[in-house]
Unconditional design. Structure first.
Length: 317
């Protein structure tokens, strides 16, 4: 997503734009190669950073800056790239908000197509079809179709709070102290989701899902991560995709427009083709590149895993 803002920013400057890209040590699933193509296209002052096991030692300090339980391991590479950026610049542009505003997540696209399946097959037909298709082994087109039907046939509260969640509502209830919940007027770990779903009732399923992402997950997780990581190194970050005029314009577009040609970020891809190399914007490219630190495979930290999350969650709540 940052590639789009990089290209647009570079076109507005008379001097080379400073760019940075992050990869993971021993992990080939990264965007370093694509970032080089964009950097070459716009002749930017480009730098690459490889995050490895050593970077996890910064986690306790980062958690203390966040000040609350935080389970997004991409906090580690975000902090690393902020540290590297601050050595060269004091203000940086990020791609945050692009996925939330332009339909970049698979779950939103699946909700869009699942809702259409439900209108044709009915609620019962979607539920039965989902169970049958998801029972098929492997990860082929039949199983993906089953996932789409599952999204279309599931209540939005369950869809957001349970489907694809690392912890169930019951497990989250166990982690959160009653006093902490009570101070927020919540009777359970699902209360806030239920309240937010009520605000978007009546909207099409995918649009409602995206609205909750924009008003809940984005500010409560992704922007907290960015703010904490950048503050740790004295870097000011700005997110062009969250510009007020951009956000207000996109909010009035129907989901079928954002998912142009049925693709995640379809509209944004269409615009990006004018500014980026063809190899970067392809119809057969991955749905979303991974931005998760592979800390569970890092030598010496195999047993760390979700223990970090549980310890910090139970300790701070």
């Amino acid at each position: 997503m940052l590639f789009r803002s990089t290209g647009l920013a570079a076109e507005q400057l008379s001097t080379p734009l400073t760019t940075l890209s992050v990869g993971f040590d021993g992990d080939e699933d990264n965007e370093l190669g694509l970032a080089r193509l964009v950097a070459d296209r716009y002749a930017t002052d480009h730098h690459e950073l490889v995050v490895g096991g050593r970077d996890i030692h910064d986690l306790p300090r980062l958690i203390s800056i966040v000040g609350e339980p935080f389970a997004d391991s991409s906090l580690i590479p975000t902090a690393a790239v902020c540290r590297a950026a601050r050595q060269r610049v004091s203000v940086a542009l990020t791609g945050d908000g692009g996925d939330e505003m332009f339909g970049g997540y698979y779950r939103v696209a699946a909700s869009f197509w699942g809702d259409r399946c439900r209108l044709v097959l009915g609620q019962a037909g979607s539920e039965v079809g989902s169970r049958l298709l998801r029972a098929v082994s492997g990860r082929g087109i039949l199983q993906r179709a089953g996932t789409v039907m599952q999204y279309g046939g599931t209540d939005l509260v369950d869809l957001y709070a349970e489907v694809g969640a690392v912890f169930s509502s019951a497990e989250r209830q166990f982690m959160l102290a009653p006093d902490w919940l009570g101070a927020r007027g919540a009777s359970s770990a699902r209360t806030e989701i239920e309240q937010r779903v009520e605000r978007v009732r009546g909207l099409p399923l995918a649009t409602a899902y995206a609205r909750i992402d924009q008003t809940f997950r984005l500010p409560a997780q992704y922007l907290v991560k960015l703010d904490s990581a950048s503050s740790a190194h004295g870097l000011e970050c700005r997110s062009p995709f969250l510009d007020q005029q951009v956000a207000e314009t996109v909010a009035h577009l129907p989901m079928r427009t954002l998912l142009r040609r049925g693709r995640q970020k379809g509209l944004l891809r269409h615009v990006a083709r004018r500014h980026l190399p063809s190899a970067v914007v392809r119809d057969d490219d991955p749905l979303k590149s991974k931005w998760t630190a592979p800390i569970f495979c890092t030598r010496g930290y195999e047993s760390l895993g979700w223990g970090i999350v549980v310890v910090f969650s139970r300790g701070l709540c």
